[in-house]
Design a protein around this ligand. Structure first.
Ligand code: 3BY
Ligand code: FES
Ligand code: FE
Length: 379
């Protein structure tokens, strides 16, 4: 099942791979590993973002050794074939008179950028990206991520299957485990959470009216027609301008936002952008990589205004260091139990675990489409 997940669920559709602000200058690149594939994502001389398989067109060697950096060209360490940033072969030594460099290049990978987030698709015939981009851009662009800078990054190796980690992120039934998160966040308001509260509804309605007045389009997009993404702006608790322990901002207002009254923009892009939050002063993305059946890598990235001078990053990362670590412990315990002989699936709450069921439906549909070879499934 793990091999099938990687082969089908992770290679059929779009995957979040990182931020465009890390690819500011021509030659800036990073690599991402997806199962047995490694993709190089690079800013070309044409100022476009390109993605290539890290596989030499000669005898297949991996080319790049540093996971990120800046380079003029990609030189294969084996026999020194030289590729341009656009993936074209520029030079190959001693290949005889019949050889033409024009016939060879690094195999291209489909890549798209929207409002500073970079996605790739390993499928030969990628599903459409535009519906997602059109839904996300008006909401996220004002937060200025494309021109931000990475202020901090936390990496975790979690002893749990990737689906356990996704399931955990799809419900707030367990949010009592997150005292730091609940300082600024309501426990309600998660898509598919049917708990009602007149106080929350009133706060949300008032916030939406204020956001609309600022031109922050407040319409939520919740996995339309079973699609792979969710985009929603939610209010924070009274007195909290951002998701910090004390509610104070840690950095200047980002992008073209006109003030701090922006709430918190929530994004999910299945299967691997577990969650992203864009607040008025910082943004956070949490991306997962499946390593093996019982291991998942997680990368949490914090972005702030490019010119923000942070004395230290503790105030920026405190809520998420606590919340992430609480979540990984919950996931590890849940995975250990479900992997044991004593496990029988228990009931899910129709009140608060609806989003998990939606994830299960999405996963099964994806897997089925992948197994059948229907790679161009728009969901
Ligand atoms: O990602 C999580 O595990 C939860 C779900 C909702 C809030 N968040 C901290
Ligand atoms: Fe890359 Fe030979 S394998 S140059
Ligand atoms: Fe959690």
């Amino acid at each position: 099942m793990f091999a099938a997940d990687v082969e089908h669920v992770f290679t059929v559709g779009w995957l979040f791979v990182g931020h465009s602000c890390e690819l500011r200058a021509a030659g800036d690149y990073y690599t991402v590993d997806i199962g047995r594939d490694r993709v190089i994502v690079v800013r070309g001389r044409d100022n476009e973002i390109h993605a290539h398989h890290d596989v030499c067109a000669h005898r297949g060697s991996r080319i790049v050794s540093a996971p990120r950096g800046n380079t003029h060209s990609f030189v294969c360490p084996y026999h020194r074939w030289v590729y341009g940033l656009d993936g074209r072969l520029r030079a190959a030594r001693q290949m005889g008179p019949c050889f033409s460099t024009e016939q060879y290049r690094l195999a291209p990978v489909a890549v798209r950028e929207v409002a500073g987030l970079v996605f790739v698709c390993l499928a030969a015939d990628p599903p459409p990206f535009e519906p997602f981009a059109e839904a996300l851009a008006p909401q996220l662009r004002p937060h200025g991520l494309a021109d931000a800078r990475i202020a901090a990054r936390e990496r975790y190796r979690v002893a749990a299957n990737w689906k356990t980690v996704v399931e955990n992120s799809r419900e707030c039934y367990h949010c009592g485990n997150h005292p730091e998160f609940l300082r600024s966040n309501f426990e309600l308001g998660m898509y598919g959470d049917l708990r009602t509260d007149a106080g929350y509804d009133a706060v949300l309605a008032a916030a939406r009216a204020r956001w609309r007045a600022q031109g922050l389009a407040p319409e939520d997009v919740n996995f339309p027609d079973g699609a792979w993404y969710r985009i929603a702006r939610v209010p924070l608790r009274e007195g909290y301008l951002t998701e910090t322990l004390d509610g104070h901002t840690v950095a200047p207002v980002m992008g073209t936002l006109t003030g701090t009254d922006t709430g918190s923009l929530r994004m999910v892009a299945l299967p691997n952008l577990l969650v992203a939050h864009a607040n008025c002063d910082y943004a956070m993305t949490t991306a997962i990589t499946p390593v093996d059946v019982g291991t998942t890598d997680v990368e949490v990235t914090f972005l702030v205004h490019r010119d923000a001078a942070l004395a230290d990053t503790n105030a920026l990362t405190a809520v998420w260091r606590s919340t992430s670590e609480q979540d990984w412990l919950l996931c590890e315990r849940a995975y250990a139990g479900t992997a044991s002989r004593g496990y029988r699936p228990g009931p899910l709450s129709p009140l608060v675990e609806g989003p998990l069921m939606r994830f299960h439906e999405w996963y099964v549909a994806r897997l089925r489409a992948g197994v059948r070879g229907e790679t161009n499934d728009p969901s």
